[in-house]
Design a protein around this ligand. Sequence first.
Ligand SMILES: C[S@@+](CC[C@H](N)C(=O)[O-])C[C@H]1O[C@@H](n2cnc3c(N)ncnc32)[C@H](O)[C@@H]1O
Length: 271
Amino acid sequence: MLIWLRQHVIATPLHAPLHALFHRLPPALFPHPSKRLVPSAGSRHQRIQSRPGNHGDRERVITGNRQTSWAFADAFVAEDEALRWARDRAHEAGLRPVSPGTGAALRLLAATVDAKAVAEIGTGTGVSGIHLLHGMRPDGVLTTVDPEPDRQQFARQAFRAAGFASNRARFIPGRALDVLPRLADAGYDLVFCDGDRLECLDYLAESLRLLRPGGLVVFEGVFADGRTVESGPQPAEVGRLRELLRAVRESQDLVPSLLPVGDGLLCGVKR
Ligand SMILES: C[S@@+](CC[C@H](N)C(=O)[O-])C[C@H]1O[C@@H](n2cnc3c(N)ncnc32)[C@H](O)[C@@H]1O
C-alpha cells in the first residue's frame, strides 16, 4: 500500500486539482470519474487548497502522517505467538499471508456476521485462518481449501497453538474450483478468497451460491501492490482483478465496499 501511496499520492501534489490524482487510474476501472471525484463543498481538499503557505511542505507532512497512520492502523491489533509462528512459516514458504491489519479486519467481519460457518480459499500456513477463527462464534467451523497439504499441516499446528480445538477447522486439500461445488448452497456466513487470482471471478460466482442472505464475500489483495490502478500494461491477473472489482461494484446481489487495508480487501454483503 505504501507503494501505491508513493506512486499515486506523493507523486500528485495535494494542491493540484484532486481529479489529477485519479486521471492516473485506468478509465475502464473508473468509468465515470467526473461523477465520483469532484470534492464536495467544504471538503478536506478544498480546505487545504484555501489555506495560504507552502503547499509542498504541507503535502509532505500530510503524506508522512498518512503513512504513519497507516502503519499504526496495521499494527493496531497485536498478533500473538501462534500468529507469528504461522507468519514465519508462510515467509519460509515464499507465501504472502494477510497483514496484521487485514487480519484484524477479518476478525471484525467474521464477528459482525456472527459467523458460524466460514469458507476460506487459500489456507496457506494459517495466518488468515487464525484471525477468522478469533472473530467467529466459539462453536463456528472454518472450512479451508488449499492444494498444498504441507501448508495445511502448518496451519493445523498453528490453529492448535492458538488454542482452537481440532473440530473448529475442516481442512480440504484440493483446488478451490474442484472443492467448492461440493459445499452446501447458502450454508456459509462468510467466504474469504485468497487463492489463485486468475480464478477470482469463479470464486465470486461460487461465493454467491455458498452464502446465506446477509453473508459476506471478501477478496484479499485486490490492489495487487498498486498495479490495479496503474495505467500501463499489466499481467493477466490484474485484468481479472479489475473485472472482479467491476463485477462486485455493479452486482445487484451485493452491497459492495473496498476497504483500503493491507493490499486491498474487497467486500460484498449478499442481499
Ligand atoms: C497468499 S497464500 C494464502 C495465505 C493465507 N490466506 C494467509 O493469510 O495465511 C495463497 C494460497 O492459495 C493457495 N492456492 C493456490 N491456488 C489455489 C487454488 N486454485 N485453490 C485453492 N487454493 C489455492 C496456495 O497454495 C497458497 O497457499
